[in-house]
Design a protein around this ligand. Structure first.
Ligand SMILES: Cc1cc2nc3c(=O)[nH]c(=O)nc-3n(C[C@H](O)[C@H](O)[C@H](O)COP(=O)(O)OP(=O)(O)OC[C@H]3O[C@@H](n4cnc5c(N)ncnc54)[C@H](O)[C@@H]3O)c2cc1C
Length: 409
């Protein structure tokens, strides 16, 4: 357990963050060091939980809140982890290996993990700071929306990422009227080729979602019980709540102020070490050498945060293991289950090969005919096959790619 020194706490390992990377790092540390004291500080009100479920299964009654925690409360006791919730770390002094929370409590560490994840990008609109404009990142956001749902008839979603697509469908399933204002022609614009993005928009319309493409909110005015909004293209709409999903940005403030190297996120090496040898970073917040793709990247995804957190945790305890995973990105839209690995960018050349049109198929993301990413639609149990193709990184002709899919169908 952490040793308290007057106002100070002194620990072997300190973890800042309460998400997947933080939870997995505990496992990583304990796989190498059964004894060293671990302190976890999270700004949230809850121990690490399965964040993706917030916009999915919970809304359909497929999962209840009890299923949300990644580990039971007892597990933290068994692992001898001192968990302190509702604690925001506000300052970091890497030279003296010390940090402070918002109450002024100082903590001394030997090794520190920054697993601070991402925060939603803010809407830039007049009136965007009113209380009727919300973001959807934490369990508290879910609980807040669920609590006010009975009083809501109409919700406006702004953005174009997974969360807004999933929330549009979820809110329709609860019989709410939904207007979806998206900046691009179709949702998931950066990920999906147009041939998949447009049918997705159609699918949302079939569910009863009113969609406004190529537009965004510029003015928001709140009056009791009602929000009046105006868009860039001059559309006017009355709603009761605006939920913004304009992507997320890494929470690097703490690291940046401490002088650690920052690029698209906190810069780490293949072991997860930052520019300071006693500070590590993992998950959504870290920019790392993605060895399987031969690139420096930051990845937002639960599978990556979990795998990265585990490896970096083990390295904090001396493992010296390079992170060499090819994490999965998965999401579900209605009956379609998407599972992808590698570079899933619509800006690359893309090719859709259907096994059963509209139901089952594969999207290849190509650079000079080399398969850089594979997105499977309703093709279960093919993950290792897809990983193999991306790791191989060899050029394949259209005929060879077609044969690959046919052979796998
Ligand atoms: C609604 C929703 C649905 C999603 N669905 C999917 C999906 O289907 N598939 C997928 O792959 N990914 C999905 N994601 C993304 C996925 O949840 C993230 O990639 C993952 O949670 C990243 O884990 P992390 O531990 O790196 O960061 P986070 O989970 O963001 O955790 C960061 C933690 O650090 C805490 N923190 C930050 N700064 C401080 C500080 N200064 N002091 C104390 N604590 C601090 C935060 O409060 C938070 O608890 C979804 C995300 C959301 C919000």
């Amino acid at each position: 357990m952490a040793e308290r020194l007057g106002e100070k706490t002194s620990v072997r390992y300190c973890i800042v963050g309460g998400g997947y990377a933080a939870a997995a790092a505990i496992e990583g540390i304990r796989s190498r060091d059964a004894e060293g004291s671990i302190l976890l500080l999270s700004r949230e009100n809850h121990r690490p939980y399965h964040r993706p479920i917030l916009s999915k299964d919970l809304w359909y009654g497929e999962v209840t809140l009890e299923r949300l925690p990644i580990h039971t409360d007892d597990w933290y006791g068994e692992q001898r982890v001192d968990v302190r919730l509702r604690r925001e770390v506000v300052e970091l002094d890497v030279e003296n290996r010390r940090l402070w929370d918002e109450r002024g409590q100082a903590i001394e560490y030997e090794d520190l993990l920054l697993a601070t994840g991402c925060r939603p990008r803010r809407l830039q609109a007049e009136g965007a700071e009113t209380s009727s404009v919300r973001y959807f990142r934490d369990l508290e956001d879910y609980l807040d929306l669920e609590a006010r749902l009975d009083r809501l008839q109409h919700v406006t979603l702004v953005g174009g990422g997974f969360i807004s697509v999933e929330m549009a469908a979820a809110l329709r399933s609860r019989r709410k009227e939904v207007t979806y204002v998206l900046a691009d022609e179709y949702p998931l614009h950066r990920l999906l080729p147009r041939e998949l993005g447009l049918p997705l928009l159609d699918h949302l319309r079939e569910l009863g979602v009113e969609t406004v493409s190529g537009d965004t909110l510029t003015h928001i005015e709140e009056s009791p019980g009602l929000v009046h909004a105006r868009t860039l293209l001059g559309n006017e709409l009355d709603t009761q709540l605006v939920i913004v999903d304009q992507g997320a940005e890494p929470q690097v403030d703490l690291a940046e102020a401490a002088g650690l190297a920052i690029d698209d996120g906190i810069v780490v090496d293949e072991f997860g070490r930052t520019s300071d040898p006693n500070v590590w970073a993992a998950g959504d917040v870290a920019e790392f050498p993605y060895r399987a793709l031969g690139q420096i990247m930051r990845v937002e995804g639960s599978d990556h945060a979990d795998a990265h957190g585990r490896v970096v945790g083990a390295n904090m305890a001396g493992a010296e293991r390079a992170y060499d995973e090819l994490p999965l990105k998965s999401f579900r839209i209605g009956e379609l289950m998407f599972e992808g690995v590698g570079e899933l960018w619509a800006r690359l050349a893309t090719e859709i090969l259907w096994v059963e049109p509209g139901r089952e198929g594969v999207v290849f993301y190509l650079r000079d005919d080399v398969i850089r990413g594979v997105l499977m639609i309703n093709m279960r149990d093919r993950l290792e096959w897809a990983r193999g193709l991306v790791r191989e990184a060899r050029a394949a002709t259209a005929a060879e790619r077609s044969a690959l899919v046919t052979a796998k169908a």
